[in-house]
Design a protein. Structure first.
Length: 187
C-alpha cells in the first residue's frame, strides 16, 4: 500500500479561500470542472485520478442553494472515483440555524443537510463556528467544529488596541442557539 496523497479541490462558493488554504498547505488546487447546463442543472468532473487519495473539498453552503447540490455532486463524484477518504471543509454550514423542531410541521434543516452530505459519501466534515454544537451529533461520521475566534480574536485585539475597556465592546449573537459561540468570543 502506497502513501496517501492529499488533494484539495474548490467548489464554486469561494475559490479564493480554497486557493489560500491550498497555498498554506504547500500545494495547489486539484483540477476540476464545474459547469451549469442551460436548464440550470450542475455538472462536475474531477480532471485527475483520485483513486486511493485523501480528498478535501472546500465548499460553503451559503446561498444560492446550488452550492449545496454542487457539494453533494462533488462528494458523490469523488466516491465514484474511488477516493480513499472524502473530507468536506465547509467554512459556512448553511441551514445550521434550523437545528431543532421549534414548532409543528417544520423540518430540522441542519439534519437534512448533514444527511445529504453523509449519504453522498463524506467521511468527515470540518466546519467553522456552527450555530449550535448539537449539529455535530446529527452525523454518523466525524464532524469537526473549528472556532474562528482562535484566528479572529488576535486580529481583533490588534485592531481594537485603542479601546481602553472591554465595556466598550459588545458581542452580538443571532439567537440563544449560538450563545456558547458568543461567550467564547466575549472571553
Amino acid at each position: 500500500m502506497g502513501k496517501y496523497v492529499k488533494k484539495i479541490f474548490a467548489g464554486s462558493s469561494n475559490p479564493a479561500l480554497a486557493k489560500k488554504i491550498a497555498d498554506r498547505c504547500g500545494t495547489s488546487l486539484g483540477d476540476i470542472t464545474i459547469e451549469k447546463f442551460s436548464d440550470g442543472e450542475l455538472w462536475v468532473k474531477y480532471e485527475e485520478n483520485l483513486r486511493g487519495n485523501d480528498v478535501f473539498i472546500i465548499q460553503s453552503t451559503n446561498a444560492p442553494a446550488d452550492h449545496i447540490v454542487e457539494l453533494a455532486l462533488l462528494i458523490d463524484a469523488a466516491k465514484r472515483a474511488s477516493a480513499q477518504r472524502i473530507n468536506v471543509v465547509m467554512p459556512y454550514f448553511g441551514y445550521s440555524r434550523q437545528d431543532r423542531k421549534d414548532e409543528p410541521r417544520v423540518p430540522i434543516s441542519a439534519k437534512v443537510m448533514m444527511d445529504i452530505f453523509i449519504k453522498a459519501g463524506a467521511d468527515r466534515i470540518v466546519t467553522m463556528d456552527l450555530h449550535s454544537t448539537q449539529i455535530q451529533g446529527f452525523s454518523s461520521k466525524p464532524v469537526d467544529n473549528i472556532y474562528g475566534s482562535l484566528v479572529l480574536m488576535p486580529e481583533l485585539e490588534l485592531h481594537f488596541k485603542k479601546i481602553s475597556s472591554t465595556d466598550d465592546l459588545t458581542v452580538l449573537i443571532p439567537d440563544m442557539g449560538s450563545s456558547k459561540l458568543g461567550q467564547s468570543y466575549a472571553k
